[in-house]
Design a protein around this ligand. Structure first.
Ligand code: FAD
Length: 660
């Protein structure tokens, strides 16, 4: 991947190189395996990692953000960091990291990026030289050609400095909610323009590569986190949104959640009629259990659950059973090359296109325009394929906000609509990961990304608790979170154990809440912490229960994703390990927490002071603006949300058709 223009001066650049080489140093090796010798000898510098990081900074950061990282590097270079021996640099990094929250976040970011580029940067042949030492095969198949996988969605080309389109409805975002909205409204006879900030990528573009996959398909290039780094935010940002990268776990909205949402003022959600919306989505996505099979990570998880007496079940998935192929399914977080994932791109967006909807990609909605308390359209910035920019105005009396629960509230806030609750009440289904290392080869990149679930702890504290699931192994992401005493130990342990490691995860129903605000540039800022006592107890218990499952399944080593090693090895006192988990720090950046489910930040409800949209989905304060994504949920559903998002959008589209 090309390196962009430099943004660091020579001293900072030298310090950054030394920092990267502290995280991934050249390590002595006295074995006779040539692959291992080359891997151990290869440092971050040998891969040009610092230059890649600098390129990314130049591309993605504002000058003041670069300056913040620059100052961290200045602090290190004051002690002539680059000239110090490796052991001393390792200690200095630890001391600096412990010196304050900002330094801790900064070091974490540099460490994560170093691991990302070292273990995921592909060369010109699409391969990373470190994979052989890990036993990781990299891509197992090439994408189909453009002829084999043509792009069949009707993308509108815009050009010039300014352009105006006119439609009945402008849908912002093309993910789970936006896709359904676009299709149902277009089929209902409305002229529809869909604005999607991501590109139109399909099977021919899905390379099974972790790094380009993250940068091209995920919000913020897959590097997004809350403001203080307390949680990593994973969300899709491409035509099809999260449905392109997700794990296809399809769960109907639980009955008790539907009741709860009805109490918040959502109309019809607890009625039998609502099941028709779920059924319609279920059918369009071809949800089935026929094609579900468990890979080795899942089989270990199931072995653990059976040993502990926890009920579990195979999941239902929106995968076309005719072409489902477990050999390539482990890469489906970078898009499904075979086209078996029934994403909105394969289903609802295609339906919308076939019914006449127009799509503009690379189109970031900046602002919803209004007059006299009514929507008049959307202003967007379109980055065209040739890099030119077009200011696009879509004149539309109806605007559907489906940009996902991070970006939808930001759009409302930039537009000055939505009321006091816009961006509030954010829920994130915080997820813990605990890794178990087994004698057997696991190869967590083989087989279906997600295929089993247990509700054993779903009601750990009343209506709150966590599900137990698993996830695919993405090497660089795991590298960034593998126990790190020093660079040599990390390299040795990671290469020896990655292919024996299985990740078990929790998906928690959050009790407390975060918020989405906007910064001075109008960009979304996620604020969240594990401050709520119930959420914290659930998270700690989740880590402990996952550890117990690994032990019951025969793991030889188990570790949580704490920055301070929190691990157990066969023969050590397991109760002491559970206690260590209990007593570990859960402060920001002391433990990795993930969200793949952003929810509730523009929620529906009857009270305008605590909700953004009414019980039908239309804004309390602005006629003609509707919420059509996960942000509309009044509370967290506690289960993987795609089916709920799509069913709710299906219902809301019906309400729009009745009104408009
Ligand atoms: C790795 C991963 C695995 C997951 N696995 C599962 C699973 O197995 N089962 C499940 O139920 N859920 C899963 N999810 C969650 C699920 O995919 C999301 O909850 C769902 O896609 C959210 O739908 P949405 O409509 O709210 O937003 P999204 O699907 O995120 O779509 C929002 C779209 O809006 C676009 N956008 C944002 N801002 C703007 C703007 N200003 N202008 C124009 N466009 C904009 C984005 O680029 C994006 O494409 C997973 C998510 C991830 C990331």
């Amino acid at each position: 991947m090309a390196v962009m223009a430099g943004v660091l001066d020579e001293t900072r650049r030298r310090t950054l190189e030394a920092l990267c080489d502290t995280i991934v140093p050249a390590v002595p090796y006295d074995g006779d395996d040539e692959t291992m010798r080359a891997y151990m000898a290869r440092s971050a510098s040998d891969m040009g990692v610092a230059a890649q990081i600098e390129g990314l900074m130049a591309q993605a950061m504002l000058p003041e953000e670069i300056e913040g990282f620059g100052q961290l590097l200045d602090g290190l270079s004051a002690g002539d960091f680059a000239s110090l021996p490796l052991e001393v640099r390792t200690q200095v990094l630890k001391q600096v990291s412990a010196s304050g929250p900002e330094a801790k976040l900064g070091i974490k970011v540099f460490k994560g990026l170093t691991m990302l580029f070292f273990y995921a940067l592909p060369d010109e042949q699409g391969r990373n030289p470190n994979w052989d030492a890990l036993g990781y095969p990299g891509p197992v198949s090439a994408p189909p050609s453009a002829d084999e996988a043509p792009k069949t969605i009707n993308v509108e080309q815009v050009s010039g400095a300014e352009q105006t389109l006119t439609a009945d409805v402008c849908v912002v975002g093309s993910g789970a909610g936006g896709g359904v909205m676009a299709a149902e409204l277009a089929k209902g006879g409305k002229s529809v323009v869909v604005l999607e900030q991501g590109a139109y990528r399909n099977e021919q573009d899905f390379k099974q590569l972790e790094l380009p996959g993250s940068l091209e398909l995920y919000l913020g290039g897959g590097l997004l986190s809350s403001e203080d780094g307390s949680i990593s935010v994973l969300a899709g940002a491409t035509l099809g949104g999260g449905t392109i990268v997700n794990y296809m776990n399809c769960i109907r909205t639980p009955e008790h959640i539907r009741k709860e949402w009805a109490e918040h003022g959502m109309e019809g959600i607890d009625q039998l009629e609502y099941d028709q919306h779920i059924d319609a989505v279920w059918e369009r996505l071809q949800v089935n259990a026929e094609a579900t099979s468990q890979n080795r990570s899942h089989r270990k998880m199931i072995q653990g659950m059976e040993a502990c007496g926890f009920p579990w079940k195979p999941i239902t998935r929106n995968a076309d059973p005719a072409c489902d192929d477990p050999r390539v399914c482990g890469y489906c977080y970078t898009g499904c090359q075979r086209g078996c994932k029934q994403s909105t791109m394969k289903t609802y967006l295609q339906d919308a296109s076939d019914a006449g909807a127009k799509f503009v990609v690379g189109a970031r909605a900046e602002r919803i325009t209004t007059a006299d308390g009514r929507a008049t359209g959307v202003e967007a910035t379109v980055t065209n394929a040739d890099g030119s920019i077009t200011k696009l105005t879509v004149e539309a009396g109806t605007v559907v906000v489906s940009a996902g629960a991070v970006e939808s509230p930001a759009l409302l806030l930039r537009s000055g609509i939505g009321g006091a609750a816009a961006g509030k009440h954010l829920r994130l289904h915080p997820a813990a990961i605990v890794e178990g290392v087994y004698d057997e080869v696991i190869e967590g990149w083989i087989g279906q990304a997600q295929s089993a679930v247990s509700y054993q702890f779903a009601n750990m504290e009343g209506d709150w608790g966590f599900l137990i699931e698993s996830a695919p192994t993405a090497p660089a992401l795991i590298a960034a979170n593998w126990p790190f005493d020093d660079g040599a130990q990390h390299k040795r342990d990671f290469s020896a154990s990655l292919k024996h490691a299985a990740p078990f995860i929790t998906v928690a129903r959050d009790h407390g809440e975060g918020e989405v605000a906007i910064d001075a540039h109008g960009r979304a800022v996620v604020r969240w912490s594990l401050g709520d006592e119930i959420d914290r107890r659930i998270f700690v218990r989740g880590n402990q229960e996952l550890a117990k499952l690994h032990k019951a399944a025969g793991a030889k080593e188990i570790f949580t994703l704490h920055a301070e090693r929190t691990s157990w090895r066969e023969g050590e006192d397991f109760d002491a390990f559970l206690e260590q988990i209990e007593n570990a720090s859960y402060e920001p950046n002391d433990v990795a927490i993930f969200t793949a489910h952003q929810l509730c930040s523009c929620r529906m409800g009857s009270d305008p002071s605590t909700s953004v949209a009414n019980g039908k989905g239309e804004l309390h304060d602005t006629k003609g603006v509707w919420i059509g994504d996960a942000s509309a949920f009044p509370t967290a559903p506690g289960v993987n949300p795609m089916i709920s998002i799509m069913s709710l959008a299906h219902h809301t589209a019906g309400e729009i058709l009745k009104e408009a």
